[in-house]
Design a protein around this ligand. Sequence first.
Ligand code: PRT
Ligand code: ZN
Length: 225
Amino acid sequence: MTDNTRLRIAIQKKGRLSDESKALLKACGLKINMKGESLIAHVENAPIDLLRVRDDDIPGLIMDGVCDLGIVGENVLEEELLMRQRANEKCDYVPLQKMAFGGCRLSLAVDKEFDYQGPESLAGLRIATTYPELLRRYFDEKGINFDVCLLSGSVEVAPRAGLADAICDLVSTGATLEANGLVETDVIYRSQARLIRRGGDFGDDKQALLDKLLTRMQGVMQAKE
Ligand code: PRT
Ligand code: ZN
């Protein structure tokens, strides 16, 4: 049985958001008892548990009401939201603070030899991405058809490997694109990490704990500015 009296926070287990998510919670005064690879880490000085999962699972855990709070990239959140809307699935959540980390952009990129004149240059071509819904929204708004090559990693090698004519991937410094002979053409979505909470009522005790945590988070983030 799960203990519903404890506030459950989903954070990325390993990756670009995990260290800063943990650091933020620690700076809020939480004493986290993190043992190796375990899925759940208990907070020793508050009725809070951390669920350490893949970032892709965080929006679903919140939208299904399995976790109370989550820290996730808006790119992953928006992709899940569009997918659930398309499938008519439950997508109840409340966006809270933006975090001061995880900044990146989802961009189209083509081979540097490609004669790119705008998104219409990609009409009827194949684009490799991990974010088919965000990509589709962008092209649907422009009335341009395209094919998808769905990859969960190594998107930047798809053109060279002959899998796709262009890519749509996350960019931060641009070094990965450059190393693969690609040029960024259009930014289709700007993202950063965000705190989200599930919909519905939390009950008095959990709500009070959440309010206290949010106030502390604001303080920590303001102190950093
Ligand atoms: O295992 P899990 O599924 O949890 O992790 P993951 O591998 O899916 O995600 P991870 O840890 O790579 O990224 C987590 C989140 O960090 C993303 O969803 C974004 O919100 C955010 N983020 C910020 C980034 C980047 N910057 C980023 N640069 N995520 C990925 N990248 C990758 C990009 O895909 C490309 O391969 O870094 C490369 C480009 O970086 P530059 O600096 O060369 O441009
Ligand atoms: Zn992921």
